[in-house]
Write a protein that binds this ligand. Structure first.
Ligand code: HPA
Length: 248
């Protein structure tokens, strides 16, 4: 069964036939909300809204460990994360969909591992390639089958939030090699790897990053909602094709 974590702009999957909702507890506390089990593209899926169904949980307050643990317990075999981002690279403008292939982590103070010492031997995950490559390819193939443009590869910078970045911070991120910026990619991806859950992301560019293009003097919040609404409709179609196992 595939798990889908929805971010800003995707607190519900309109094309999901909901079968049941389940409130779960984990050794790490409560996930962002009830797990929604349903059918998408004739396949069973489990959906979780990262920020809660009322979008009330800020990026630094998301219980990433509980979310990933709960999905593993629910027998999810892979996780597709949908997250809105700011675009840094010149061709990553609002509305563009990207399947990133790398991460730079700038978050701090988040509970970023299931390892808590005690009698458990220390383990180090390999994180050279933070996203599961076969799952990335399946997403790209589903996008092609659904006729939706999606860019293969991008370096995602995970910032702490909840504030947006300064223009100088974006310049620094770009110098570091970042091409997209969001607030929720980490530690989510690393926690999934710790539990050996294949994990990949669909990044939806909501706005130009601070100081870039139309965000030169500030982020235009009034435009973001419209962009996300339209783009998430495309994401839903891709997710449905993914579940159906379609490839172009
Ligand atoms: N920065 C960080 N996170 C974001 C942005 C941004 O510009 N847009 C959407 N999520």
């Amino acid at each position: 069964m595939l798990a889908i974590i929805g971010g800003s702009g995707l607190t519900q999957l309109a094309n999901l036939d909901v079968v049941r909702r389940e409130v779960v507890r984990t050794p790490y506390g409560e996930p962002s909300g009830a797990l929604t089990f349903g059918v998408l593209g004739e396949q069973p899926v489990v959906f979780l809204a990262r920020h809660g169904y009322g979008h009330t949980i800020a990026p630094h307050q998301v219980n990433y460990r509980a979310n990933i643990w709960a999905l593993k317990e629910a027998k999810a075999e892979a996780i597709v994360s949908v997250a809105s981002v700011g675009g840094i690279r010149a061709d990553f403008g609002p509305g563009v969909l990207v399947v990133p292939d790398q991460i730079i982590d700038y978050t701090w103070g988040r509970k970023s591992t299931f390892f808590e010492g005690g009698d458990t031997p220390v383990f180090h995950i390999d994180f050279t390639n933070p996203y599961d490559e076969p799952l990335r390819q399946r997403i790209l193939a589903a996008a092609a089958a659904a006729g939706e443009a999606m860019i293969d590869g991008g370096v995602y910078a995970s910032t702490q939030g909840p504030r947006l970045e300064t223009a100088a911070e974006i310049t620094r991120l770009e110098r570091d090699g970042a091409q997209l910026v969001g607030m929720t990619g980490m530690p989510e991806a690393a926690l999934a790897r710790e539990l050996k859950l294949p994990y990949a992301a669909i990044n939806v560019v909501a706005n130009w990053a601070a100081g870039r293009a139309t965000s030169e003097t500030g982020i235009r919040f009034d435009e973001i909602e419209k962009v996300l609404q339209e783009a998430m409709a495309r994401v839903r179609r891709v997710l449905e094709a993914l579940c159906r196992g379609e490839a172009a």
